[in-house]
Design a protein. Structure first.
Length: 192
């Protein structure tokens, strides 16, 4: 990934939980330390060019608040670009569906909010480093910031929206970041 310009500098590496006991209960074949080792290696090779995303399950059966805190600390350490977060829900026929689950849905909801609030702060801080940077982006569709906006992705899979014509969709454009938002960058097309 680091050496080939044709490979996106985006790594989606799910970790599910930052606590080793919970990971074992989930039947994961890695632990927190191995996960952080992989992330450190990727960051060493790609530096700021790397965009990291992951999946997290909040409230796995038997997870305690103290174990959930390990997930928060891992998120704080890695500083993901964004996360795909879920509150555990049982699936019939899985071992987890038969496990005792003493934590209420309301409590899991509070944990979930704590996680998403943390990630929102991290994402906002992460995006600030892109202010005034220029990216070669692939324009893929209509944007959401306004009627005249179209959306593009950087080689790190970050979304930049800018005002432009829909005839740019399907092309590569050089876009300067004018305003970092939480999960999207606002930009403008460089003049040729």
């Amino acid at each position: 990934m680091a050496e080939n310009e044709k490979i996106a500098k985006h790594l989606h590496l799910p970790f599910q939980s930052g606590n080793n006991r919970v990971l074992k209960a989930m039947n994961r074949h890695y632990d927190r330390e191995k996960y952080l080792e992989l992330i450190a290696y990727a960051k060493e090779k790609m530096g700021d060019a790397l965009s990291l995303t992951s999946d997290i399950i909040v409230g796995f059966p038997g997870e305690t608040y103290e174990e959930f805190q390990d997930t928060l600390s891992l998120v704080e350490e890695v500083k993901f670009t964004s996360l795909f977060t879920f509150i555990y829900s049982p699936r019939k026929g899985t071992p987890a569906a038969e496990m005792p689950d003493p934590v209420s849905a309301e409590e899991k909801g509070r944990w979930f909010k704590e996680l998403t609030d943390l990630q929102e702060k991290i994402s906002t801080d992460n995006m600030k480093k892109y202010k005034d940077k220029v990216f070669k982006c692939f324009v893929y569709g209509k944007g959401k910031l306004g009627d005249n906006y179209i959306a593009a992705r950087t080689d790190g899979n970050l979304i930049i929206e800018f005002e432009g014509s829909e005839n740019l969709i399907g092309s590569f454009q050089r876009i300067k970041v004018t305003e970092p938002l939480t999960y999207v960058l606002k930009g403008e097309k460089e003049r040729n």
